[in-house]
Design a protein around this ligand. Structure first.
Ligand SMILES: [Zn+2]
Length: 106
């Protein structure tokens, strides 16, 4: 069985995901946005293979979710309040993010 969410909803400032394997993940929206995997947020390797991180500016709206959709049965695509929507979060990526230790919750 391929990993996929059976249910996704926003609860407060967290994204709650119920997986089809019975597991659950909770992800802070701000941590999700900072982990946006798109080239604009994470940078692309230049011709020398060096990754130049673009200067990112986040506003409070950057961490609010306007809507989201599933893409091609393998990824979750959020649309943030600041209009950013190019990040495709594959399901395994989401699950891995959720297992990372959250510094803020220490
Ligand atoms: Zn991005």
């Amino acid at each position: 069985m391929r990993l996929a969410p059976s249910n996704i909803q926003v609860i407060g400032d967290e994204l709650a995901i119920a997986w089809n394997d019975g597991g659950e993940s909770y992800l802070k929206l701000d941590a999700l946005r900072r982990a946006c995997p798109c080239a604009g947020c994470q940078g692309e390797p230049d011709v020398l293979g060096q990754i130049a991180k673009p200067g990112l500016t986040h506003t409070p709206a950057s961490f609010r979710l306007r809507s989201f959709q599933m893409v091609g049965g393998y990824a979750w695509q959020p649309r943030w309040e600041d209009g950013h929507s190019t990040g495709l979060y594959s399901f395994p990526y989401l699950q891995r993010l959720a297992t990372l230790p959250a510094e803020e919750n220490a």
